[in-house]
Ligand binder design. Structure first.
Ligand SMILES: [Zn+2]
Length: 306
């Protein structure tokens, strides 16, 4: 069965190591691994580290766009996709679609004009914040006061501006106050690309039931993260934990809200599979939820928001 994964941090590996190869590496994702894993599409996030600040951020963003395009063009397996037609075309040609996303949009630096560049670069999903405060808003936190802070004025303007683009807002990493501003301001489906459920395991990176419902009502999706720290609080991801979070997403938000958002190459824990072996998970999901629901979870729901 096809897989459409809404989040990985593989592009950051290229920043840490200029000679990183998408074809041959020790990480969770390689291009051949994606092909062997039966992937339809993989989202690749440009993650802006918090120590790259101010105007350096925009240069960094543009540089990482080039890194992405370079890696894709060198690969015999990957082809960039910016819409459903691209994905369908790539599938027919035996290629895995690579979709560009952003995690931490601090590089926008109070300049709405920059959204045009982001669009032109082919970014399809934009995560407003990462784990630190930025010019848009505040990150998830266990501190109630911090968690309830609203989106900043510029963050609100960005969400409104994105309403008239084909870029989807991503609320993974965002605090609760910011989340509800996105829910209020977004006229389009919005998503959490890599999160879990608070009711299954309490963690500030996970979503409360009301948040899952709000995403579902918008027509958006929640990509279930594979990171054990969010799934079960241990150092080991097990398939049952992933299934529990997926089941809760379905119970609370319906079968159209649940998707996959691995966080491959962005997590530090033991995993029972990497991208090349993702069908181990797909089989477990199929046994639990049946074929047609599994199709939704593994790729159909994600396709809907691209
Ligand atoms: Zn993340």
């Amino acid at each position: 069965m096809f897989v459409f994964d809404l989040h990985c941090d593989t592009l950051f590996k290229f920043f840490e190591n200029q000679r990183y190869s998408i074809s041959k590496n020790n990480g969770h994702i390689s291009d051949v691994g994606l092909k062997n894993g039966g992937y339809l599409a993989q989202c690749f996030a440009i993650y802006q580290p918090t120590d790259i600040t101010g105007d350096r951020g925009f240069d960094y963003f543009k540089k990482q766009c080039d890194v992405f395009k370079n890696a894709v063009s060198k690969s015999l397996v990957l082809e960039m996709a910016t819409d459903k037609m691209d994905i369908e075309e790539n599938r027919k040609n035996g290629k895995v679609s690579a979709v560009l996303t952003v995690e931490n949009a601090d590089f926008l630096q109070n300049d709405l004009q920059r959204i045009k560049t982001v669009e032109e670069k082919g970014v399809k999903v934009l995560g407003l914040v990462h784990n630190g405060e930025n010019c848009l808003g505040y990150p998830h936190s266990n501190d109630k006061a911090l968690s309830e802070l609203p989106l900043k004025g510029f963050g609100c303007e960005v969400v409104q501006a994105l309403n008239s683009t084909n870029i989807t807002v991503d609320v993974s990493h965002l605090n609760v106050g910011g989340f509800w501003d996105v829910a209020r301001l977004s006229k389009k489906p919005f998503v959490a690309t890599h999160s879990g459920c608070s009711a299954v395991f309490k963690h500030s990176r996970n979503l409360y039931d009301e948040q899952i419902k709000a995403i579902a009502e918008s027509g958006g999706v929640v990509g279930c993260v594979f990171y054990s720290h969010f799934l079960n609080g241990t150092n080991t991801t097990d398939i049952d934990s992933i299934l529990r979070h997926l089941e809760h997403l379905i119970n609370v938000g319906g079968e159209d809200v649940a998707a996959l958002g691995s966080d491959f190459d962005g997590m530090d824990c033991d995993l029972p599979f990497d991208a090349s072996k993702i069908q181990i998970l797909v089989e477990a999901i199929t046994s639990k939820f049946g074929f047609s629901v599994t199709e939704k979870l593994c790729f159909r729901n994600a396709m809907r928001i691209i």
